[in-house]
Design a protein around this ligand. Structure first.
Ligand SMILES: Nc1ncnc2c1ncn2[C@@H]1O[C@H](COP(=O)(O)OP(=O)(O)O)[C@@H](O)[C@H]1O
Ligand SMILES: N[C@@H](CCC(=O)OP(=O)(O)O)C(=O)O
Length: 371
């Protein structure tokens, strides 16, 4: 067995995320027998000595049938209404299913803001920790009814990876309707007409070269791209990831013998760099010329005004901004040292042309993270 699988199999604390497609269908809503099978597998892992936090999608999926809607809503207000109906059913179903084992469940609803904001972050951490010490299972979901387009998590894959980071979990398990990462969407033939093949282990970004991460099904939201982004986020915080089918939950949780595993990076990203890359919301962007992209994103130098060609957004000193190249691709992120209007006055000028109070780099190398 590979080292990564062994680490996941023996992880003391794990976060397990279950996608909408694994728990709900369009016509019948929540599938209780599938949920019971998942709870059996989770309970077996807990009986073997692991602490488990569940991140459960499915609120919108569970709210579709009771509201008489025929497909997954696309507008925010209907999604939020469906989530408010479905979350009640979802939390109740988790509670009833775990009650078969006399296990108590606590519902934890979070938004992206709760992870970026230090005070909320500490509260969420404390609640999760206390639920664990009381032997209750936390069932986490995005707080859909208060989340807006701007602040909502891209999806629960990201939320699950942020929760794994928050509680310093030893492993993250993503359970979906697909049995792992394929070279392309397994529902479609690849560009050469051949079927996509399963990738058993991803050791680093090079293993993803040529992989096509497509969109999700009728009920899922994130698709494979969001699972890869979540795996990267977890890997940056030193957490290995297993992606498997919810139908294989028993094997996935027993010995990590199924699906695709993603190795954690050897050294965790520092807390500051992690926050810049993953938690903070970007409030603007700076366009960099080719020389600045090379210096900053590849050679990790500080960003000077001379390499910036345009500035967008209304940010203040201390905010996080995206760094984009001239083709519009995001190449990194950083904490900007000046307000947007100061940056606008400085761009394209060499340091000795600038007044003495504007001679610090626009972004210091320690505050920069490549994409
Ligand atoms: N490269 C790929 N490998 C595996 N699945 C892929 C890939 N590209 C796209 N997919 C699709 O992504 C789907 C899983 O995403 P999604 O429906 O959002 O799941 P969930 O509801 O579990 O979050 C799979 O059913 C699969 O069809
Ligand atoms: N929070 C929402 C959607 C979450 C979501 O990311 O869905 P999925 O891609 O199936 O994990 C819900 O519970 O329906």
């Amino acid at each position: 067995m590979s080292d990564v699988r062994a680490a996941i199999a023996s992880a003391r604390s794990i976060v397990v995320k279950i996608g909408s497609s694994a728990l709900t269908d369009l016509e019948s809503g929540l599938d209780r027998s599938r949920l019971d099978a998942l709870v059996d597998a989770l309970e077996a892992r807990m009986a073997a000595g692991s602490d488990v936090i569940v991140v459960s999608s499915g609120a919108i999926g569970a709210g579709i049938a009771p509201l008489g809607l025929r497909k997954r809503p696309t507008d925010l207000a209907t999604k939020q209404a469906a989530a408010s109906v479905g979350q009640l059913a979802l939390a109740h179903a988790w509670g009833t299913s775990f009650a078969r084992y006399r296990r108590v469940v606590g519902q934890v609803l979070l938004t992206a803001d709760d992870i970026s904001n230090r005070a909320h972050h500490a509260n969420a951490q404390r609640t999760l920790d206390r639920l664990r010490s009381l032997h209750a299972v936390a069932v986490v979901n995005e707080n859909d009814t208060v989340a807006t387009n701007e602040i909502r998590f891209g999806d629960n894959d990201r939320l699950a990876a942020l929760v794994a980071h928050l509680v310093s979990a030893d492993a993250l398990v993503l359970l979906s309707d697909v049995d792992g990462l394929y070279t392309g969407d397994p529902r479609k033939p690849g560009p050469d007409g051949r079927p996509a093949t399963l990738i058993a282990e991803v050791s680093g970004p090079d293993d993803l070269d040529g992989v096509i991460a497509g969109s999700g099904g009728a009920l899922g939201t994130g698709g494979m791209a969001s699972k890869l982004a979540a795996a990267r986020l977890a890997s940056d915080s030193g957490v290995p990831v297993l992606l498997a089918s919810a139908a294989d939950a028993a094997g996935a949780l027993r010995d990590a013998s199924v699906g695709t595993v993603f190795a954690a990076r050897p050294e965790r990203l520092s807390a500051r760099r992690f926050w810049v890359r993953h938690a903070a919301e970007s409030l603007g962007s700076l366009v960099l010329d080719d020389g600045a992209v090379q210096a900053v994103c590849l050679r990790r130098r500080s960003l000077l005004a001379a390499g910036v060609t345009a500035v967008h957004g209304n940010f203040s000193s201390g905010d996080v901004v995206d760094l984009v190249d001239t083709a519009g691709t995001v190449r990194g992120r950083g904490v900007v040292a000046y307000d947007a209007d100061d940056v606008a006055r400085m761009i394209g000028r060499s340091t000795d042309e600038l007044p003495s109070d504007l001679r610090r780099p626009i972004i210091h190398a320690d505050d920069l993270v490549p994409a």
